[in-house]
Design a protein around this ligand. Structure first.
Ligand SMILES: Cc1cc2nc3c(=O)[nH]c(=O)nc-3n(C[C@H](O)[C@H](O)[C@H](O)COP(=O)(O)OP(=O)(O)OC[C@H]3O[C@@H](n4cnc5c(N)ncnc54)[C@H](O)[C@@H]3O)c2cc1C
Length: 320
């Protein structure tokens, strides 16, 4: 390990997944100098694969508002980077939970979503022809073009992205944090850890215990029988009519991967603070990354962490 010490007050991000890239980009937008450490290639962790679902529907109105803000940033980035980042297929949810979530969307406002009948459902998702249970349609939902997003953000950050595994993070008594990677050792003013499945391990090194659960997932894509329709909505199945609930699907390929989540919700997200170091954990963060990144950037420059992102706020948990 090269231990040459460079005093620096840049703010480093650990992890080049969608959350780390979005956060670093948000800071870059504010003219702040950043450095992002990534063990391998950006987007190789939980952010790997070709697509993710963007949907506004959540149990927690605060998370709906978060998603609405993110959707606006996705649209802004698509224009700025001149590439499609969320498809215009829309997102369908079925089952009683879909209607409960639609009520949450109506309460929050500003999201074009509505209940749909079986004819429209069959049109948007031919596989569900014959299903007559509750269904809703989120017009601004769709498939997130994950590789395009990672490529665009990593390209914007250029040489601020450093290849190298961070091996230790050590808060110093003088209001700084020392970060050692396999290639350097530097001192920073603030550090944000967005290391996916490695975040909880990094947090333990500063005495924090994060209630992160780790599970292996597989996402499969099946060939379409006959001619594929020109457009197919993304699906979230909470009906129980087709076996396990919580099934979701987005058009294109397959991926094996690890996922992390928090005990209070499959969509839960929180940020833990240890002095000048922030640790981010949660699940289903791809869609939320733009607004999460902006919130983390604000916290890192001293504007404080949004109350809803503190662990005790249990963001994502159903609200009364
Ligand atoms: C199969 C599947 C389906 C999903 N579906 C959806 C969906 O439909 N919609 C949605 O919004 N979300 C979905 N998600 C969740 C979403 O993809 C993740 O929440 C998101 O990608 C997490 O991004 P991240 O940046 O936090 O973590 P990661 O992408 O895991 O990034 C962390 C990065 O940190 C790096 N790293 C780790 N340790 C170190 C270290 N010590 N030093 C340097 N670098 C380090 C890793 O190499 C990695 O690249 C899905 C996830 C999976 C796996």
């Amino acid at each position: 390990m090269n231990r040459s010490s460079t005093a620096s007050l840049r703010r480093p991000w650990i992890g080049g997944g969608i959350v780390g890239l979005s956060t670093a980009y948000a800071l870059r937008e504010q003219g702040v100098s950043v450095r992002l450490y990534e063990t391998g290639l950006p987007g190789q962790g939980q952010s790997a694969g070709e697509s993710r679902i963007f949907r506004h529907a959540h149990d927690d109105p605060r998370l709906v508002a978060f998603a609405r803000e993110s959707r606006a940033v996705w649209a802004d980035w698509a224009e700025r980077f001149d590439v499609e980042l969320v498809s215009s297929d829309g997102a369908v949810a079925i089952g009683a939970s879909a209607l409960a979530r639609l009520r949450v969307l109506d309460r929050v406002g500003g999201v074009a979503a509505r209940a749909i009948g079986s004819d429209e459902l069959a049109e948007r998702m031919p596989l569900l022809a014959g299903y007559s249970g509750p269904a809703m349609f989120d017009e601004a939902g769709g498939a997130i073009r994950t590789r395009a997003a990672i490529k665009a953000l990593a390209g914007e950050l250029g040489d601020a992205v450093m290849t190298g595994e961070v091996v230790s993070i050590e808060p110093r008594g003088v209001g700084t944090v020392e970060v050692r990677s396999v290639t350097d050792c530097a001192v920073y003013s603030n550090v944000v850890v967005c290391a996916g499945r490695e975040t909880a391990r990094q947090a333990r090194s500063v005495g924090l215990s994060l209630p992160v659960r780790l599970a292996a997932h597989v996402r499969l894509t099946f060939a379409v029988k006959g001619a594929a329709p020109a457009r197919v909505a993304c699906l979230q199945d909470g009906s129980g009519d087709f076996g396990a609930v919580g099934v979701y699907a987005a058009p294109r390929e397959f991926v094996h991967c690890w996922v992390t989540d928090l005990p209070w919700s499959e969509d839960g997200v929180a940020v833990w603070e240890a002095g000048r170091v922030l640790f981010v954990a949660g699940h289903d963060l791809f869609k939320q990354a733009p607004s999460l990144g902006r919130a983390l950037a604000r916290a890192a420059i001293g504007d404080g962490l949004a109350a809803e992102l503190m662990p005790e706020a249990r963001l994502g948990a159903p609200q009364q």
